[in-house]
Design a protein around this ligand. Structure first.
Ligand code: ZN
Length: 388
């Protein structure tokens, strides 16, 4: 089978074991492709994280592609059908797939962004404005030293992207079905519910903290935080962990610890959510203390030229009409959007990311390249500059 440049580059990247935060040479390989085309490449290292910022041209409009070279660990290697870093092509349901950890999250997307940029530059050396790429090796980790660090670096140098397109997996069931134009915020809470410890047979002298915690949970389920907004689902409440008890069967627990997670929409702030949660506990007379930790803010791009260009290109290449959505986990787009940059994500179908036997459709990668190239053509001004 004849493979495209995009698929061949994705294969090379998958074959490099780059588990967070170790880039392990992925970005060097990419620099070797970009430099001969005239890209200026900055390698920005911080706290063991490697970042690559590459730009071509200057001024606005500034279209930035955003991605990452790190991957999550493979887990139990024996449960994979093939070596997780083989980067080979196998057939699934009669279709070719590129196999390996990071193939869909997101070295396939990286490759499609890079080959689209390169093709555009080869055809338009004298374009107006800036086209660029930012890759980090700490997206799957805590992001420290990664994208937010480079964004500060860019701000200091007045390099503010007009548009940011992120090649993360965004599609739900079929290729082309969804663009992510935002993501929900993320917040955790630890809630210690207090009761009175006692003998299981002398319940009149005790207050079971598990019962108190369950009253609180029911109170939260009965009082939703909000009903959602035009672009976002309702703010969610989840209990991710419960701990109580001394280990003995005959002791009523005097305390119960809940760990909770909230995915919040653009009508909320961390303090509004905290107020709501404390209110539920107070109304039910539940004795507890709470600690809240914000993990990420929501972001949203309602409309604009980037969404229009992407929407048209997806329809033209895949024949599918995409929906706009904000579901799923958070992404590094949260660090770019506060610059005022139109920020959206579009990439392959997301059903296999972080899983055993991760793979990505070869056909989807080739369509992705075509879509990105069309987006570049619609957003950049590519008339050659006429010299005086
Ligand atoms: Zn990713």
């Amino acid at each position: 089978m004849e493979l495209s440049r995009t698929v061949e580059l994705a294969q090379k990247l998958v074959r490099i074991e780059s588990v967070t935060p170790d880039d392990n040479g992925c970005q060097d390989l990419i620099k070797e492709i970009l430099k001969p085309l005239g890209f200026t490449c900055y390698t920005i290292e911080e706290k063991g994280v490697t970042n690559l910022l590459a730009t071509h041209g200057r001024g606005s409009p500034f279209l930035l592609f955003l991605g990452h070279t790190d991957v999550v660990p493979v887990g139990d290697e024996s449960s994979w059908d093939h070596p997780p870093f083989c980067g080979d092509i196998f057939e699934y349901d009669g279709e070719p797939y590129l196999y390996g950890r990071g193939s869909s999250d997101m070295k396939g997307g990286d490759a499609a962004m890079i080959t689209a940029m390169c093709e555009y530059i080869r055809q338009n050396q004298n374009h107006i404005g800036t086209i660029g790429l930012l890759l980090t090796s700490n997206e799957e980790g805590d992001a420290i030293g990664g994208t937010p660090y480079v964004i500060d670096y860019m701000k200091e140098r007045h390099m503010i992207p007009t548009y940011c397109l992120i090649g993360e997996c965004s599609c739900d069931k079929i290729f082309g079905d969804s663009i992510k134009n935002g993501r929900r915020g993320d917040m955790n809470a630890t809630i210690n519910v207090h009761g009175i410890q006692g003998h299981a047979a002398l319940e009149q002298h005790a207050k079971n903290a598990v019962f108190e915690a369950s009253r609180f949970i029911q109170g939260m389920l009965d009082n939703p935080i909000d009903n959602g907004t035009p672009f976002f689902p309702p703010t969610s409440f989840q209990v991710s962990n419960i701990h109580a008890g001394t280990g003995a069967d005959n002791v009523i627990p005097g305390s119960c610890t809940l760990r909770c997670n909230f995915r919040w929409n653009d009508s909320q702030t961390p303090s509004l959510i905290e107020k709501h949660v404390r209110g539920v506990a107070e109304d039910l007379n539940i004795d507890c203390d709470m600690e809240f930790r914000e993990e990420g803010k929501p972001f949203l791009t309602k409309d604009g030229e980037l969404i229009d260009a992407l929407y048209n290109s997806i329809r033209a290449v895949s024949g599918v009409t995409p929906d706009l959505g904000t579901s799923g986990g958070t992404s590094d787009g949260r660090f770019v959007r506060p610059l005022g940059t139109q920020t959206v994500e579009f990439g392959p179908v997301s059903d296999l990311i972080h899983k055993v036997n991760e793979r990505v459709s070869v056909k989807q990668l080739d369509m992705l390249h075509e879509i990105y190239l069309r987006v570049i053509y619609q957003l950049m001004i590519h008339k050659p500059i006429t010299e005086e």
